[in-house]
Design a protein around this ligand. Structure first.
Ligand code: ASP
Ligand code: MG
Length: 407
């Protein structure tokens, strides 16, 4: 069969790890499979490249950032291919454009539009192992683009879809998807399987194991996806259409520590206010998460919303620049907030889930700053200083005790 194997930055961080990965690929190849490999940049290479750019400019152009960042994956694809050749295997490396990863033109945050896999197919026919640089593609203008941090997962899934691969294996340094971050929550458990929808929520709520766009693509094209460790033989976590976990109410808890809260105090209670505020932010491509508006009183109301911490400064500047146009009284902001979320496909039809979450928080004396819900998740905004204890408490009440609700 045709298998896509993706190896993250820590799995290819040094010579020893590169040979470890080469041996894994070799074993798959020698079992008679066709193998397409996707690699990330080694270790902290991407961070180091970004830091280098910032030594030159605080606002480097996005096009040049892509040119720079794409070099990280080019190093690792060439090194891994050399390691495979060293082991006596036929292998060839391809950049994103050689591999046919056509993307939108949004530099540093491009989306895959299409995969043109002719070159890969041709190399596979020659019995080569094909090693593709993750994270990068090319735009309509023939410029190099990148897919956003963590985007190599998306390269792997896009190739698996484009080549109709039987399996897409994402190799990382943990042995699968956990019910919570095992570094913070002691009782976190590895999941054997999880549905695409739950994984998508967990990925976008701050669980860093998969790039959320990769899960979207996997769902759309029904890619057979597994997350597993490159260092052990543990079976990993399967991401698929329906889990066999119908009885499980909450499959995971995610903590996002990258949250800032901004409140606009005293805007007029009249039509068009929210539109004015959020269109200013969306024009600058700032994504807003939780939004809460207070009930108007005495012709005035407050609007609170959250953004990534790195956007806080820019948001405050935009609001200040538009002070006259927005007519608010004043702005407050706080960049020490966290978002704690529970995710589970079973909760939509189950009353009492939110109450149980709030009770666990109340029992540990954690104050809730805002609440937001959807069919498969409930998120609360809490103070960073409470984050770890709240994370453990909420995880343990749902996942560790695996409480079951009855109607
Ligand atoms: N090297 C890129 C990053 O660090 C892409 C990836 O690792 O998936 O974000
Ligand atoms: Mg990653």
């Amino acid at each position: 069969m045709l298998i896509v194997q993706k190896f993250g930055g820590s799995s290819v961080a040094n010579v020893e790890r590169l040979f470890n990965v080469a041996d894994r690929i070799a074993a798959t190849y020698r079992d008679g499979h066709k193998v397409v490999v996707v690699v990330s940049a080694q270790g902290d290479t991407t961070d180091d490249l970004i830091a280098k750019a910032h030594e030159i400019s605080d606002r480097p152009s996005r096009r040049e950032m892509d040119m720079l960042m794409a070099t990280g994956e080019q190093q690792s694809m060439a090194l891994l291919t050399m390691a495979l050749q060293q082991r006596g295997l036929p292998a060839v490396s391809l950049t994103g454009w050689q591999a046919g990863i056509s993307t939108s033109s949004a530099h540093t945050a491009a989306r895959v539009r299409k995969v043109n896999p002719q070159r890969i197919s041709h190399e596979l026919e020659k019995n080569n192992i094909v090693v593709v640089a993750g994270f990068q593609g090319y735009s309509k203008q023939d410029d190099i683009t990148t897919l956003g941090r963590g985007g190599s997962d998306t390269t792997a899934v896009a190739l698996a879809a484009g080549l109709s691969a039987e399996l897409c294996e994402i190799y990382t340094d943990v042995d699968g998807v956990y019910t919570a971050d095992p570094r913070i929550v002691k009782k976190a458990r590895k999941l054997d399987e999880i549905s695409y929808d739950e994984m998508l929520e967990l990925a976008s709520l701050g669980a860093k194991v998969l790039h959320s766009r990769s899960v979207e693509l996997a769902k759309k094209y029904s890619v057979n996806l597994v997350v597993r460790s490159s260092l052990t033989d543990a079976p990993g976590t399967y991401v698929k259409e329906v889990g066999s976990m119908e009885n499980v109410l909450v499959s995971g808890v995610a903590l996002d520590k990258n949250v800032a809260r901004v409140t606009i105090v005293g805007v007029k209670d009249e039509p068009g206010v929210a539109h004015r505020v959020f269109s200013l932010l969306s024009k600058r491509s700032i994504s807003v998460d939780i939004i809460i508006q207070s009930i108007g009183s005495a012709n005035s109301k407050d609007i609170m919303f959250t953004v990534e911490r790195s956007s806080e400064r820019e948001v405050l500047d935009i609001l200040e620049e538009n002070r006259r146009h927005l007519h608010y009284d004043h702005i407050t902001s706080d960049n020490s907030m966290c978002k704690l979320s529970i995710v589970g496909a079973g909760m939509v039809s189950t009353p009492g889930v939110a109450t149980t979450m709030f009770e666990a928080l109340s029992d540990t004396n954690v104050n809730i700053g805002a609440i937001s819900t959807s069919e498969v998740k409930i998120s609360v905004l809490i103070d960073e200083k409470d984050a770890d204890k709240a994370y453990n408490a909420v995880h343990d009440v749902f996942v560790d005790t695996n409480i079951q609700f009855r109607n």
